[in-house]
Design a protein around this ligand. Structure first.
Ligand SMILES: Cc1cc2nc3c(=O)[nH]c(=O)nc-3n(C[C@H](O)[C@H](O)[C@H](O)COP(=O)(O)O)c2cc1C
Length: 202
């Protein structure tokens, strides 16, 4: 049985267009175990020096507060490690990824846990997983230098060792009703084409 980690980050919860597309994709794996995390509804705190200090703390000197931060991060990492497939709902807000998703990334990028430093540079420790990203945007950015999200998310996941990352875009959602309808239909077609029917039985 496959395990899917489904992460949404829309401030509109399940009603977000990115959330809906991600959910539709997850529904194509009826036999899978799905771990859901709604980062919009239950945001993580921003990473600060105190929280980052907890990641670096040695067990012998660790305070209860640091232990709590570590436990929270460890739980997020355990979900990632348990997953064969990562499904991300990715809204664009003010030209970038939601700050809630950034806060999540900041809590799972852990030296010695999800990546390690070697003489040849950093190596991700989560290799072998696939990721599918469902991006929703009011305007049009795909394939242009103004698309800051695609390279960032690809680089971040690649840093953790997740190199097989596919994107589906629903763009132009705020341009007109026609553009929105057409773009959502195209995104739905693209998401159906991502997984062939014979492979759906998880
Ligand atoms: C606060 C806010 C900021 C936004 N900023 C952008 C933006 O910079 N570029 C853009 O194309 N669309 C922008 N939009 C439109 C969203 O990308 C669009 O509504 C998309 O559907 C958001 O994904 P969601 O529905 O999953 O939340 C913004 C929407 C909101 C609410």
């Amino acid at each position: 049985m496959k395990t899917i980690l489904h992460l949404n980050s829309s401030i509109f919860g399940d009603g977000g267009q990115s959330s809906r597309l991600a959910e539709e994709f997850v529904a194509r794996f009826p036999g899978a175990r799905v771990i859901r995390r709604d980062l919009g509804r239950e945001p993580l705190p921003h990473l600060d020096a105190e929280r980052f200090g907890a990641f670096l703390s040695k067990p012998e000197g660790r305070t209860p507060a640091q232990q709590r931060v570590l436990d929270e991060s460890d739980a997020l990492v355990a979900e990632l490690k348990a997953a064969d497939i990562l499904v991300l709902g990715l809204p664009m807000y003010n030209f970038g990824v939601p700050s809630q998703l950034k806060a999540y990334f900041d809590h799972v990028a852990r030296a010695g846990v999800t990546f390690k430093y070697t003489e040849k540079g950093a190596v991700g420790l989560l290799a072998g997983r696939k990721a599918y990203v469902f991006a929703a945007r009011g305007g049009l950015y795909q394939g242009t230098p103004r698309d800051t999200q695609t390279p960032y998310v690809r680089d971040f996941l690649g840093f953790l060792g997740i190199a097989d990352v596919k994107f589906v875009y629903a763009e132009g959602l705020a341009i007109s009703e026609a553009s929105r309808t057409q773009s959502l239909a195209a995104a739905r077609n693209a998401l159906r084409a991502l997984v062939q029917p014979e492979r759906i039985a998880a």
